[in-house]
Design a protein around this ligand. Structure first.
Ligand SMILES: NC(=O)c1ccc[n+]([C@@H]2O[C@H](COP(=O)([O-])OP(=O)(O)OC[C@H]3O[C@@H](n4cnc5c(N)ncnc54)[C@H](OP(=O)(O)O)[C@@H]3O)[C@@H](O)[C@H]2O)c1
Length: 346
């Protein structure tokens, strides 16, 4: 299968290149960058030195391919969607351009009118674990937000099993590394400002809240309070969610809920140890891997449950999940090209 990548000079684009170069069934055709057109891909992604001699090309020079990945910034993909459709019969867009089903939600969460609302329902919201069957038959798939992916994968088993009352507040704190903001520099990413920071950058109104509500609402009436904090990490997301269960459950019952949801999932691991350093999901050891680790703990003083979920924002939160979706669309083993287990120590 011939695959091309839009926005290949970015952080997500770089991960797509890394994954697809080693993919057993995919061949990379065009990798676009306007700033770096003509340059070696490995000049921008130095981890790929002597791994590829491909060069960046301009978007205008994109040739036909079997599947097109887009790792362009929010807004850029939607603007050209109709043109991209003539390049490839199948598209996976990792931006937020087609994640929300309702045009009104774009006004609410993104503060703008969607440029082509009539196409919103052409895209399948592509967290593989919740939309596998739809992805199998889809031509257009959208990736999910990295924070939203962790939150949804952590909470969905509870909603699916009717364990959260309608309207019950679910408070989610998300911690995230700097690569989630992409490779464009800004005052907040300047090293003296970013290094060592524990910075609450969106205490309310984070855009990913819209996706979380959208996906949980298929199984109830969620009330989501979401805050995001930038921490001293390059890669990684950890969400900690607090909620009260609709009925008291013990550890064994909750294990069953999560096991039933995820035992057959190749990239979701339930992490709940009683001893040692790694008792809970932790993003550091997931760097470069496509796993999402999910854990939970019942508050011993009441019915409050704490849910934790960790992932690498560039992998399960973006490129890795995208490749997993591509594998499913193509009918391959969904683990193809995604076997890297992460590093320890790192
Ligand atoms: N970073 C994450 O953790 C993460 C997670 C999930 C989803 N996403 C989504 O994935 C997409 C890529 O994210 P990223 O972190 O890789 O961003 P990034 O590092 O900023 O890369 C985006 C690339 O797109 C190109 N680009 C920038 N502005 C453009 C424009 N106006 N028109 C056309 N091309 C433009 C740039 O390449 P040239 O200027 O060289 O062409 C840039 O390298 C975004 O939509 C983001 O929301 C990111």
């Amino acid at each position: 299968m011939n695959v091309s990548i839009l926005g290949g000079s970015g952080y997500v684009g770089g991960e797509l290149v890394r994954l697809l170069l080693d993919h057993p069934h995919a061949t990379l055709l065009n990798i676009t960058s306007e700033r770096h057109a003509g340059r070696l891909v490995s000049a921008v992604h130095p981890n790929l030195r002597r791994h590829t001699s491909l060069r960046f090309s301009r978007m205008d020079d994109l040739g036909p391919c079997d599947l097109l990945f887009s790792a362009l910034p929010h807004g850029s993909f939607a603007k050209h969607f109709h043109a991209f459709k003539s390049v490839a019969p199948r598209i996976i867009d990792l931006s937020a351009d087609f994640r929300l089903r309702s045009a009104d939600d774009y006004k609410h969460w993104y503060g703008h009118v969607h440029p082509n609302p009539e196409t919103l329902n052409d895209f399948v919201y592509g967290i593989v674990e919740i939309r596998r069957d739809e992805i199998r038959n889809a031509n257009y798939v959208t990736g999910a937000g990295c924070l939203a992916t962790a939150a949804i994968l952590g909470l969905l088993p509870l909603f699916k099993n009717g364990l959260v009352n309608d309207g019950e507040p679910v408070v989610i704190e998300a911690k995230v590394g700097s690569s989630a903001a992409g490779n464009k520099e800004s005052p907040s990413s300047h090293h003296p400002e970013r290094s060592g920071a524990v910075r609450s950058f969106q205490a309310t109104g984070h855009r990913h809240t819209g996706e979380i509500i959208q996906e949980l609402a298929y199984h109830g009436t969620p009330t989501v309070h979401f805050s995001a904090t930038a921490i001293e990490l390059v890669r990684g997301v950890l969400i900690t969610a607090h909620l009260r269960l609709a009925k008291p459950l013990d550890n064994k019952a909750l294990w069953n809920v999560y096991r039933n949801a995820y035992d057959a999932e190749p990239f979701i691991r339930i992490v709940k140890e009683t001893r040692g350093v790694f008792r809970y999901p932790e993003p550091k050891i997931l760097s470069g891997s496509n796993f999402c680790d999910v854990g939970f703990e019942i508050d011993p003083f009441g019915e409050r449950l704490v849910v934790l979920a960790a992932l690498d924002n560039l992998m399960k939160g973006a490129a890795g999940n995208g490749v997993q979706a591509m594998n499913i669309m193509a009918g391959w083993d969904e683990r193809a090209g995604l076997h890297f287990p992460g590093l320890h120590p790192v």
